[in-house]
Design a protein around this ligand. Structure first.
Ligand code: CA
Length: 228
């Protein structure tokens, strides 16, 4: 999961710095915000892969921001981990009801934080993890950045690789072009929807020799799906 983009929303500079340094050390890319308003601007611009969200912010509570994000169709799938100094059970319930995926109580060790991040990504965004995946003789190894079809190596460009990884971790579900842009391209303000078609075509071409191109289905009027 190297290169995962994480937004840290925390108004206490020392804590923010500590978290950011540890995340960067673990190979993540980090964006920082001191307030909910700042966080919202960054989220609109870069659409992070995961958000670490402090409970008490100067302008809004973390739970209020979580609710706002969950109500936004483009943002609702971003995994959120709440950071809080409070450990009461009712707070935990409130955080989870607001749409947070997990909850971590301060003070926490960097090791614990990284473990929670990994667990949440595995559950909510498996395409960002390094877990090896295999479907119908098609095998993708994120750590080695390798794809093989029936033991034969398949050469894919970086975007095709990400697309393949996303489809393989989300089989049988149909995704629109806009959803694929959000999930695979992330920041796609200047990317046109037909760009998706171009990369799907390239992906199918690369998979053609082994016949695995049949896995990538076009769903008329809707988008694409991996059908095993
Ligand atoms: Ca705070």
């Amino acid at each position: 999961m190297n290169g995962t983009e994480i937004l840290v929303v925390e108004d206490e500079p020392a804590i923010q710095e500590l978290i950011a340094v540890n995340l960067e050390h673990a190979g993540h890319r980090v964006q920082r915000a001191y307030s909910a308003a700042e966080a919202e601007n960054i989220i609109r611009d870069v659409r992070p892969d995961l958000i670490l969200l402090d409970w008490m912010l100067p302008d809004l509570t973390g739970t209020a921001l979580a609710r706002k994000l969950r109500a936004d169709p483009r943002m609702k799938d971003i995994p959120i981990i709440m950071l809080t100094a409070r450990a009461q059970e009712t707070d935990k319930v409130e955080g989870l009801e607001a749409g947070a995926d997990d909850y971590i109580t301060k003070p926490f060790s960097p090791k614990e934080l990284l473990a929670r991040i990994k667990a949440v990504l595995r559950r909510r965004a498996p395409q960002l993890t390094d877990d090896m995946i295999e479907i119908d003789g098609l095998r993708l190894d994120p750590a080695a950045h390798r794809v093989s079809a029936n033991e034969q190596s398949v050469s894919l460009g970086p975007t095709e690789f990400k697309l393949m990884h996303f489809f393989m971790t989300h089989p049988e579900r149909v995704y629109s072009r806009v959803q694929l842009l959000d999930q695979v391209w992330g920041d796609h303000v200047f990317v046109e929807e037909r760009t998706v078609d171009v990369h799907i075509r390239r992906l199918r071409q690369a998979l053609e020799p082994s016949g695995h191109d049949r896995l990538i289905e076009t769903v008329r009027g809707t988008g694409y799906r991996l059908h095993a």
